[in-house]
Design a protein around this ligand. Structure first.
Ligand SMILES: [Cu+2]
Length: 651
């Protein structure tokens, strides 16, 4: 019961104090703005309680941008520390904390919510649905993710950050070697956010299986929907492993069990195995949706249907299947022996085949197309070579004997940044520029967008290409400083310049967003890019109910088909009268339930059992009260639909 972490509850240090002041100032200004413009009610009614997939998607993306900023600052601090030899900008302990939070935040609280946000925005529209299958659960997903991320980030100012790496290997992350609340924050923050992700996976799977518009067979679905379907399956099989692993390590830390300890029959390598049984599918969870985005963007801006559609679907399935059979390639040095290592080496190399199929299909989609080189397309185009560089060096890492040399060197760091920045982040930017008009009703500025693209793309290569060389020269990951005279200094300086270049490039995107809110070209047709899939068949932004009539589908690329296809006539049947539309009600309960989770898990982090218990009780109360809720849905009247459809409902 005694709060034994109490004496170091508030983290000290000059940079933390500066951050404290900034956080307080930012909070005061947000509260001030909301109060001054009387927006509290609007915030609660329109956003915090919404079950609308489009708004939920936008909130995911907003939160992911905030996390991008946090994780980016961590990255810049690391690069500042490593810019010159024998630097003491950060101490060893502080550096450990920074690389831990950088990795954890970028993967779990930036890349995933960014993609889940884009899926929420686009996928239900692309299948002609009114919402996801379980809109209420969707809100629970958002808020458990949000408060999980908040809990993790709280460690920065209260109690201290985790410092055992984003992989949190036992026994380092166990109670003996990582006392203090930092690792608890990692375990409980990730577990809370993971609940939301698992629910999202189930939600998207059911949505795609059950909610497609009539006529949309599986093989008529847009490729982004296919990638979401496969990603959902990956989430459903991978995330329970993470939940179990995190919970078991929590038992070790909080209740003195010995599951991953060195003594009393514990087995630290069990953590490493469980972590990567989740962790490798996880990297496909953040790359497959980006593949989907590429397929949409390249098809649209080449003015052609996707080349090799069935092969694309097949390769998605093959990648997903193989992704569960490769996890040992993260620790060939475990000592499992040649047979085991060969199996995992070969299975890893096999993934290059379906991935190569996709690369060729994107290139052949562009072949003989009328390619439009706008910002969204440039990000997709840049994705291809960077992803190939990352992928090929990944195959090098899959050669087990050679991996004994590359293992945990900067060669690995370079490899996964080429995958996760050159792949995921480039794909996300492509998707953001592409779907921006659908989300907000206006395009982003092309000139600013191209500055953002070129600066970021060049700086990205400047940052991570030298890391391959440094890795081969012997620089290992997670070292906080290095002596002069090793020949590492110039390349490290180059990387630091590149990192700040990426930060500078991001300012162009921020300026672009602000500029476009006021001056951006409005998308009045709903079809900003002469698009191919159904999200462009409704207004921008789409009304609450997405489609006044559920569309009928007669082929692949349903909207293109309706505009230009030989079956065009089928789509223009006599206008049917509107009928009332059945929609779910907003609810504050998902938000409040996540707050209760947050309080409870905060209690667990500090081992304040009373807080933990009361918080959990509140969670159960909200779950229970939902079971007795009868007022869960409503109908939108025909008059209101007519009003909205005639343009009265929007400007
Ligand atoms: Cu892997």
């Amino acid at each position: 019961m005694l709060p034994h972490y109490f004496n170091h509850l508030f983290v000290s240090g000059i940079d933390i104090y500066i951050a404290d002041v900034l956080i307080i100032l930012a909070s005061i200004s947000i509260v001030g703005v909301l109060t001054y413009f009387k927006k509290w009610k609007w915030l609660w009614r329109e956003w915090l309680t919404t079950v609308d997939h489009k708004k939920i998607g936008i909130m995911y993306i907003l939160a992911a941008f905030a996390m991008f900023f946090r994780g980016g600052m961590d990255g810049l601090m690391m690069r500042t520390q490593l810019a010159v030899p024998n630097n003491h900008f950060l101490g060893a302990q502080h550096y450990d904390e920074v690389f831990t939070t950088h990795g954890t935040i970028m993967i779990l609280f930036m890349a995933m919510p960014m993609l889940i946000g884009l899926i929420n925005v686009a996928m239900p529209l692309q299948i002609g649905a009114r919402d996801v299958a379980f809109p209420y659960l969707n809100a629970i997903s958002l808020w458990t993710f949000f408060f999980g991320a908040l809990l993790f980030n709280l460690s920065f100012v209260i109690g201290g950050s985790p410092d055992a790496g984003w992989t949190s290997y036992a026994p380092l992350a166990g109670p003996t070697f990582s006392p203090g609340p930092g690792e608890n924050y990692y375990l409980f923050g990730l577990n809370l956010a993971g609940l939301g992700t698992l629910a999202s996976g189930i939600n998207f799977l059911v949505t795609i299986i059950k909610m497609r518009a009539p006529g949309m067979t599986l093989m008529r679905m847009p490729m982004f929907v296919w990638s979401t379907l496969i990603t959902s399956i990956l989430i459903i099989f991978a995330f329970p492993v993470l939940t179990v692993a995190l919970s078991l390590l929590s038992f070790d830390r909080l209740f003195g069990s010995h599951i991953f300890s060195m003594t009393h029959g514990g087995m630290p390598m069990m953590w490493v195995n469980l972590f990567w049984i989740w962790g490798h599918p996880e990297v496909y969870i953040v790359i497959l949706p980006a593949f989907g985005i590429l397929s949409e963007v390249i098809g649209t801006f080449s003015g052609k249907k996707l080349f090799g559609y069935s092969a694309m679907v097949g390769s998605l399935i093959a990648i997903a299947f193989l992704s569960f059979l490769v996890w040992v390639h993260h620790f060939f040095t475990m000592g499992a022996g040649a047979t085991v290592n060969s199996f995992f080496g070969v299975s890893t190399m096999l993934i290059a085949i379906p991935t190569g199929v996709k690369i060729f299909n994107w290139i052949f989609t562009m072949y003989k197309g009328k390619v439009r080189f706008n910002t969204a397309m440039l990000w997709s185009l840049a994705f291809i070579p960077t992803f190939v560089i990352g992928g090929m060096t990944g195959v090098m890492l899959a050669v087990a004997p050679a991996d004994y040399q590359y293992h945990n060197s900067y060669f690995l760091i370079a490899h996964f940044h080429y995958m996760l920045v050159g792949g995921t982040v480039f794909g996300v930017f492509s998707g953001l520029y592409y779907w921006w008009p659908k989300m907000f009703g206006m395009k982003l500025n092309e000139t600013l967008g191209k500055w953002h693209f070129w600066l970021f793309m060049i700086s990205f290569n400047l940052t991570f290409l030298p890391m391959y060389l440094l890795g081969l020269m012997g620089m290992t990951r997670r070292m906080y400083t290095y002596p002069p005279g090793l020949g590492w200094s110039h390349l490290n300086m180059l990387e630091t310049v590149g990192a700040f270049g990426q930060g500078f490039a991001m300012m162009f995107m921020m300026v672009n967003i602000i500029w476009s809110i006021k001056n951006g070209e409005r998308d009045l047709t709903g079809d900003a890019w002469d698009g191919r899939a159904l999200e462009w068949a409704t207004t921008s932004p789409a009304p609450e109910y997405n489609f006044a009539h559920i569309p009928m589908i007669y082929g692949r690329d349903a909207f293109w088909d309706r505009k230009y296809g030989k079956d065009k006539a089928k789509y223009t049947l006599k206008a049917k009268p509107y009928t009332p539309i059945h929609m779910p009600n907003n609810s504050g309960r998902p938000f409040l339930m996540a707050v209760a989770f947050f309080i409870s898990f905060f209690g667990f982090v500090f081992e304040w059992w009373l807080v933990a218990g009361l918080g959990l009780l509140a969670v159960f109360f909200f779950m229970f009260s939902r079971s007795f809720e009868t007022n869960t849905d409503h109908y939108i009247s025909v008059e209101e639909i007519e009003h909205t459809e005639s343009g009265g409902g929007r400007s």
